[in-house]
Design a protein around this ligand. Structure first.
Ligand code: UDP
Length: 238
């Protein structure tokens, strides 16, 4: 078996990833693609936790425009992450990857609640665990949930999936002179307000020394490359 750089990772997926080319909802091709990426590292014996967003279905901030108070909108957003988690769980299971969901909001007839010790047992038993419903609280994001859960389960790194090859000095889509950082500190990210994860998430990672690897999920095999220690994307650490 090849030598792994990481034994336990937390993969952060935005809801948008699930939407694929359609831009909304859940795309079957993307689910299969994600399952293959996850499978490639489960096969290496890496323990995988996943936090998935809900932006492909609903974001609380957008609800305000429709007259939905932010706190309620955020609850809709958190429930959207549960729907995404269920879709991903079923796909992973169809790839014969044992997968469990734990939700920060209790929905007992559908998913288990988040119980840290149980989550650790699942990981040690080789199950993929999906942490659904974000932090369970409005006014937070699933990036913050990813940071929180990564700390709680002692993940060695957060793999933050994006559509670009890492963290750039400016938006590479809008600014052709933008350059990519191979490595950057949490403090620089905060100071320059670079779009890596929201400030709460970055602060938590900084305080608890959780490295973040920002990488392009659209390049097949990147998750495995990172787990095997290749320098991919941008590493955010101290
Ligand atoms: N959300 C929340 N608390 C959390 C996590 C998420 O209220 O701890 C809500 C919030 O409305 C957010 C939505 O769920 O807009 C979807 O999460 P997020 O925007 O982080 O998803 P992503 O951008 O990763 O798809």
């Amino acid at each position: 078996m090849p030598i792994r750089a990481y034994k336990r990772i937390l993969l952060k997926l935005s809801g948008e990833v699930l939407a694929g080319k359609t831009g909304y909802g859940i795309d079957g091709t993307m689910l299969d693609y994600l399952a293959k990426e996850v499978q490639s590292v489960v096969e290496l014996g890496t323990q995988v936790a996943i936090v998935i967003g809900g932006g492909n279905i609903f974001r609380g901030i957008h609800g305000e425009r429709r007259g939905i108070p932010r706190a309620s909108g955020d609850q809709i957003g958190m429930l959207a992450t549960v729907m995404n988690s269920l879709a991903l769980q079923e796909t992973l299971r169809s790839f014969h990857i044992p997968t469990q969901i734990q939700s920060a909001i209790e929905i007992r007839s559908i998913v288990e609640p988040f119980i840290r010790q149980k989550a650790l047992h699942y990981l040690e038993d080789g199950h993929v665990i999906i942490f659904a419903a974000g932090t369970g609280h409005p006014f937070f994001t699933t990036d913050t949930a990813a940071a929180l859960r990564a700390i709680e389960i002692n993940a060695e790194a957060i793999l933050k999936a994006t559509k670009v090859d890492g963290v750039y000095s400016a938006d590479p889509v809008l600014d052709p002179t933008a350059t990519r950082f191979e490595q950057i500190t949490y403090f620089e990210v905060l100071q320059q307000r670079l779009k890596v994860m929201d400030l709460t998430a970055i602060s938590l990672c900084m305080e608890h020394h959780v490295p973040i690897i920002v990488f392009n999920l659209n390049v097949a095999g990147n998750v495995k490359r990172i787990v095997l220690g290749e320098t991919i994307g941008t590493l955010v650490n101290n």
